[in-house]
Write a protein of this length. Structure first.
Length: 94
């Protein structure tokens, strides 16, 4: 299996969001934010951007991708608030 030996993925915990109502379970939560980086040969060959930001709801374990604009503002130190429009369901939770 050549593919399994060339995949390189890294995940980094980058904190929490501000309070938000989870679009999936409708609970008021502070979601955990992660950034994942794919540095595999395949992503370099096809010139695919290897970074993705995800948020995980602590109540229902639903995983969302986070809008690039929100993450750009948050990492630059600007005060931002996450909204449901910044989240796209990646994996449904309970």
């Amino acid at each position: 299996m050549a593919v399994s030996t060339i995949n390189k993925g890294f995940t980094k915990d980058i904190g929490e969001t501000e309070g938000i109502v989870c679009p999936n379970c409708k609970s008021a939560v502070r979601m955990r934010l992660f950034t994942t980086t794919d540095s595999s040969v395949i992503s370099k060959v096809i010139r695919k951007k290897g970074d993705m930001h995800v948020a995980v709801c602590p109540q229902c374990a639903c995983v969302f991708t986070v809008a690039e604009n929100y993450m750009k503002e948050k990492t630059s130190g600007t005060t931002v608030f996450i909204t449901e429009n910044d989240l796209t369901v990646l994996v449904n939770g309970k």
